[in-house]
Design a protein around this ligand. Structure first.
Ligand code: ATP
Ligand code: MG
Length: 212
């Protein structure tokens, strides 16, 4: 790789955005599987600053979410971690993040935005979705709890409405969510094997998710 070049030299990269409160095997499995399936040179994990759709709820300090994401991604040479959203005090919108990335990478670098099926179904509500869908492609992983036919219909509708590139990929259904992990901790139940062990220990060491 030519380090003298001002623009980062990649053909296809994945972006894995999320609150990661905490990060779990659902996130990691979809990122890795989509990386392989779409031959992505790397996947950049971008913990959200203050996520627009969660700003009214209590989100854990971004410092903790950043460290947990670091612990979870450190063993994969194709995973990278970015502070681009959390070093920003303001609410982070995906459109702003992708526009920033477009300046860092070559103009022809293809950006694949990785989401779960629940997130893609809400694409209509994302800021500046018209422009966003011209800047990146979307790959949505199926997620338990959603009717496949409904997801397919929604994706068809979105593709037409925005002339977007959206593909759905069926992955081993992992019924893991951060909400469930937080609830388990509050209720004193085990979270073992739902997320990487170092993240589990980080949570206990820092007393996270004990209170509502
Ligand atoms: P919360 O319950 O707090 O919303 P979450 O588990 O949904 O947490 P997020 O950080 O909100 O995690 O999700 C980031 C992205 O990862 C979203 O696009 C979401 O759809 C996707 N995702 C999370 N868990 C899974 C899973 N088990 N299967 C497929 N996609 C998932
Ligand atoms: Mg979620």
């Amino acid at each position: 790789r030519n380090t003298n070049q001002s623009k980062k030299d990649y053909k296809r990269i994945g972006i894995m955005g999320g609150t990661f409160d905490p990060i779990h095997y659902g996130h990691l499995v979809i990122a890795e599987q989509i990386r392989c399936e779409y031959k992505l040179e790397k996947v950049v994990f971008i913990p959200a600053g203050t996520p627009p759709h969660k700003s009214n709820l209590c989100v854990t300090d971004s410092k903790h979410r950043y460290f947990m994401t670091l612990l979870a991604t450190i063993t994969n040479p194709y995973f990278e971690l970015s502070k681009i959203e959390i070093e920003n005090e303001e609410i982070s919108y995906t459109i702003h993040t992708i526009e920033k990335l477009k300046k860092i990478y070559r103009k022809d670098t293809e950006i694949y935005f990785i989401t779960g099926a629940d997130a893609i179904c809400e694409l209509d509500t994302w800021k500046n979705v018209n422009k966003l869908t011209q800047l990146c492609k979307f790959i949505a992983a199926t997620r338990p709890g959603l009717e496949a036919s409904q997801v397919d219909a929604k994706i068809r509708e979105l593709k037409e409405k925005y002339d977007a590139f959206i593909e759905k990929i069926d992955l081993p259904a992992l019924a893991i969510s951060s909400t469930d992990i937080r609830n388990r901790i509050r209720e004193g139940q085990s979270i073992k094997y739902l997320l990487p062990e170092p993240v589990e220990y980080y949570i206990y060491k820092n007393n996270l998710y004990k209170e509502v």
